[in-house]
Every structure is written in structure tokens, then in C-alpha cells.
Design a protein around this ligand. Structure first.
Ligand SMILES: C[N+](C)(C)CCCC[C@H](N)C(=O)O
Ligand SMILES: O=C(O)CCC(=O)C(=O)O
Ligand SMILES: [Fe+2]
Length: 385
């Protein structure tokens, strides 16, 4: 092991050929970065291995065939440079290495706030005016920040029309087409294909559970209602999962390990073909990189026939499913409010459930879906994530 540079503040960089790693002691970090030569060569950002126009890697098929012991390493206060045995040279900054080498820079800029009714009632509901949301980058950033923090946000004082829904939504991302179209409406006179198209109450659920990748955001905007009831309900799915994790680790494990079938069918109508959508997923999944909660799916209406659990394991599954259903339907979890024309509600459909109370009269809901990848990309670009 040989030390390559030793000024008091500059990092101490040591070449450990016996382990095929470079050890970098940064002044500000507790643990040294110990980076395998193979990783360093694989992450060479010189133009031989990285196309700076497309921002894409150029594959290196010989990576494993090379002697990757550096011929020389030069290090100064800004970064280091490796001269490889095949004559190629690579430069790195310490910041880039610290941010990109395992375990990566998974720190969020905006932390999630898991909530229940009490928590949300203790503060004003997350909202941004239409004017601010539409015309200022800061306004858009605030909407995205609310979505990341709470899993929902409102756009207030919007035009009380479908056009208002469209504008508020497209400010975040293009509207996602689905078998329901782009911009859609929900009213009690729309046929018998879904409980949503009736006057009945809807328990807390997420939409698109029957798709392999459910919509990322669902937008709701009530345009008309000439009767009573029809209040909106939100429940934080991640908070429900967290509650189970704390209170009943065995149920948590069962839910994590059990894929649940969801399905949705429609007969041919209005010139559109029939379909039968089906997907399997546990109620929640975790991010494969960070271990944070990533997805939440819960829809008691669109749950398919349970064909994923062995007969002898069914009691354990139903006990766990019942447990989380109870948390979700408990008044302590539920946030209720009345939406009215001009208030557009955006909900993270990978985290927060929505529902409504039963109603009378004619009620017209305008809405749409936005893609998960699109809205998260916006959040990244505006440095919310
Ligand atoms: C809202 N929109 C009209 C698009 C769909 C209504 C049906 C939703 C379906 N049960 C689900 O939960 O996905
Ligand atoms: O009618 C409502 O308020 C919500 C209906 C619903 O669940 C949906 O449109 O996805
Ligand atoms: Fe829904």
C-alpha cells in the first residue's frame, strides 16, 4: 500500500494493489471510500467510454480482460487521475466519486411526511394558487414539493372547467392516455362498468391496480354538483404500511411477500374493443436501491381471485390483509374534505388512496392521469428530489 499524496487538507489516496482497490480518505468524511479498480475503469467518463453529446456510456467489452492495476495515480486537492496499463487515462473529482460510488447519493432533497387525519388537520392542506402554479417556477416547485412530502396537493382558484383541469395538470407533465382516454369525466350516468359511475360511496383505494405500472398521479376536479354528499377522502398508504411495520411485523412480512391479483374488464362499448386487464403486486414494494417505500396498491373493488396463496397459508394472508384494511378504514387515518369547482386535487397514486362519500343529484368530476416517470423527472429537474 503506498500513499500518493499527503498534504494536510487534501484527501489521502492509497493504491492497494493486493486488493485491487483505491482508498480515498476525504478530510470531511468518516469512512474512506474504498473503490475497486474495476468500478473506476467502468466509470471512466473520458470520451473513449462516454459520449458527452448523448450523455450515454460507450460499452467496454474488454473490461474484465485488462490488467486494471493502475500504472500511476496522481492526486491533488481537486481530484485524481489514473494512468492505466493500456495507456488510457481517467480523471475523477472527489465529489463525483463520493456522490456516485456505493451506497450512492440516495439522500432526498425533500423528505416525505407520513400523515394521518390528526397530522393533516393540524396544518393547512397543501395548496398553491393556479396563478402561482402556472406562471412561476417557484409555484410549480411548491406543487411538486407538496406531492413529494404529503403525496397530494391542490391547485386553487383554477378555471372551474375541464380546461382548468388540463392546464393545471399539463404544467406538471403531459396527460397520460389510457383506456379511459386522456382527460376524462366521472358522473353517475356513465353506465354500469364501475362503482365510480354510481351514487355510491367509494372506500379508499388507488387506481390502476390492474396495470403493471399504475398512473403516477390522479387528478380530480369537481365541476358540478347539485346535490348533497360526495365529499372527498384521502388516506396515506405509506403511513398505513408504516403502522403495520411497527405494530405487526409478521403481518408486514406477509403483505410484503404476497402478490395480490387485480383485474379490470370492460365489454365492447362506443366503438372501443373489450379488454381484460390484470396485474399482480404486493400491497407495497420498496425501492430496490434505497429500501424506501416505492409503491402502494390497494383496491378492494378491483381485487381479483386470490390464486397466489397456498391453501394452508390463506388464514395468515387474510389476517394480514384484514389488519391493513382496518388501518385504512379507521377514522384516525382518513382525511375528508369537500372539493368544489376551481380546486384541482393532485394525488400521488403510488402512495395516497382516494375515495368519496355517497351523494345525491348530478355530480361531474373532471380528471386525468399523469405518468410516474414524468412527474418524478420534473421533481428532479426542479431539484425537489
Ligand atoms: C377515473 N376513471 C374514469 C379514469 C376510471 C374509473 C375506474 C377506476 C378503476 N376502478 C380503478 O380504480 O382504476
Ligand atoms: O368520485 C370521486 O370523487 C372519485 C372517483 C374515483 O375513485 C376515481 O375517479 O378514480
Ligand atoms: Fe379511483
Amino acid at each position: 500500500m503506498k500513499d500518493l499524496n499527503l498534504s494536510a487538507t487534501a484527501p489521502v489516496v492509497s493504491q492497494r494493489d493486493e486488493d485491487q482497490v483505491l482508498e480515498i480518505r476525504l478530510a470531511q468524511a468518516e469512512d474512506a471510500l474504498v473503490i475497486p479498480y474495476m468500478w473506476l475503469r467502468d466509470h471512466c467518463r473520458s470520451k473513449r467510454y462516454f459520449n458527452h453529446t448523448t450523455q450515454q456510456k460507450i460499452p467496454d467489452l474488454e473490461l474484465l480482460e485488462r490488467d486494471l492495476t493502475p500504472q500511476a495515480v496522481r492526486a491533488d486537492s481537486k481530484g485524481l487521475s489514473i494512468k492505466w496499463r493500456d495507456g488510457h487515462e481517467t480523471d475523477y473529482t472527489y465529489d463525483w466519486l463520493a456522490n456516485n460510488f456505493y451506497p450512492g447519493q440516495f439522500a432526498r432533497r425533500t423528505k416525505r411526511i407520513l400523515w394521518d387525519r390528526k397530522k393533516m388537520e393540524s396544518e393547512s392542506l397543501p395548496a398553491v394558487t393556479f396563478e402561482h402554479h402556472m406562471t412561476s417556477e417557484d409555484g410549480l416547485r411548491q406543487s411538486l414539493r407538496n406531492l413529494v412530502k404529503y403525496g397530494f396537493t391542490m391547485v386553487t382558484e383554477a378555471p372551474p372547467t375541464a380546461e382548468g383541469t388540463r392546464q393545471a395538470s399539463e404544467r406538471i407533465s403531459p396527460i397520460q392516455e389510457s383506456m379511459y382516454g386522456g382527460l376524462w369525466t366521472v358522473s353517475p350516468a356513465m353506465g354500469n362498468n364501475d362503482t365510480a359511475y354510481t351514487h355510491a360511496s367509494l372506500g379508499a383505494h388507488t387506481d390502476n391496480t390492474y396495470l403493471t405500472s399504475p398512473a403516477g398521479i390522479e387528478v380530480f376536479h369537481i365541476l358540478e354538483h347539485d346535490g348533497t354528499g360526495g365529499e372527498s377522502l384521502l388516506v396515506d398508504g405509506f403511513n398505513a404500511v408504516d403502522t403495520i411495520r411497527r405494530d405487526d411485523p409478521k403481518a408486514f412480512q406477509t403483505l410484503q411477500d404476497t402478490p395480490i391479483p387485480f383485474e379490470y374488464m370492460a365489454t365492447a362499448a362506443n366503438g372501443k374493443p373489450p379488454y381484460l386487464m390484470k396485474a399482480y403486486s404486493p400491497i407495497f414494494t420498496e425501492h430496490p436501491g434505497t429500501g424506501e417505500l416505492l409503491t402502494f396498491r390497494f383496491n378492494a373493488y378491483d381485487r381479483g381471485t386470490m390464486d397466489t396463496v397456498k391453501p394452508q397459508d390463506l388464514p395468515q394472508f387474510y389476517a394480514a390483509y384484514q389488519k391493513i384494511s382496518q388501518v385504512i378504514s379507521s377514522p384516525a387515518s382518513q382525511l375528508w374534505f369537500q372539493l368544489s369547482p376551481g380546486t384541482v386535487l393532485l394525488v400521488d397514486n403510488w402512495r395516497v388512496m382516494h375515495g368519496r362519500s355517497a351523494f345525491t343529484g348530478f355530480r361531474l368530476l373532471s380528471g386525468c392521469y399523469l405518468s410516474r416517470d414524468e412527474w418524478i423527472s420534473q421533481a428532479r429537474m426542479l431539484e425537489v428530489l
